[in-house]
Design a protein around this ligand. Sequence first.
Ligand SMILES: Cc1cc2nc3c(=O)[nH]c(=O)nc-3n(C[C@H](O)[C@H](O)[C@H](O)COP(=O)(O)OP(=O)(O)OC[C@H]3O[C@@H](n4cnc5c(N)ncnc54)[C@H](O)[C@@H]3O)c2cc1C
Length: 238
Amino acid sequence: MKVTLLSHTIDPEAVVAAAINQCYSAKGGEELKENISTEKRERLIGIVMNSGHLSTIEHASFTFAVEGVSRALTHQLVRHRVASFSQQSQRYVKFKNGEFDYIIPPKISADKNLKKKFEQKIEGLGRFYEEMLNSKIPAEDARSILPNACETKIVFTMNARSLLNFFEHRLCIRAQQEIREMAGKMLDLVNPVAPNIFKFAGPSCETQKICWEGDLSCGKWKGIRGGELRVRNSGGDK
Ligand SMILES: Cc1cc2nc3c(=O)[nH]c(=O)nc-3n(C[C@H](O)[C@H](O)[C@H](O)COP(=O)(O)OP(=O)(O)OC[C@H]3O[C@@H](n4cnc5c(N)ncnc54)[C@H](O)[C@@H]3O)c2cc1C
């Protein structure tokens, strides 16, 4: 898996601080960015992060290029609707000779026997894919036989608020292993660029001391001082 931070808002925290400043100031334009010391920037961002006034951090956005991941991962990724996506097409990019890259989940590749069977099944799928293309079946139909394991590449952009939501869900131990690994790499890339924002990133047990996972909880909250397992509703009881 390779995760690249392709681009981001030039100075994300300066833009966010200017946006926050606008809420409390009669100033406008370039003046909004003037006289904002590092300390003031940190304080302003801290205020919105703690109060949940998070529309102000939507002004910073981050574009990633990811490769060497499975279609199973990207299917989960694109469920995050507050983002923009551009993915390698299986209609336009045909696999030559029925050969395609694929991702074997670590728990399967750890078992030699299962790994071998997995590889054989993929080879069989590849051969049938090729047979269909040779029979003039268009790639958009032949791809129906390709598995979730198929390697893919995707470029996507998220703003800081959406990213924090993404990290909350996908850095949780309950998230699937591959997307959790990708989320970790993404956080490593954005943290140095906007540390005052992304120091608040993580699963809710770490950021709010609350686990919302109910019976499916991993129990990590028990090891967090003041941690608790909560449900969002109590059946309408007041
Ligand atoms: C451990 C785990 C298990 C999961 N299991 C399943 C599963 O079994 N089946 C399944 O289908 N999905 C599953 N998901 C996906 C999950 O339900 C979400 O679709 C996904 O995490 C995207 O989250 P989101 O909607 O908060 O993000 P985004 O789509 O980026 O939305 C961000 C926020 O914007 C708001 N928002 C966005 N769109 C709307 C809208 N139309 N109306 C109102 N508010 C909106 C919401 O507040 C939302 O939280 C799972 C996710 C995780 C982490």
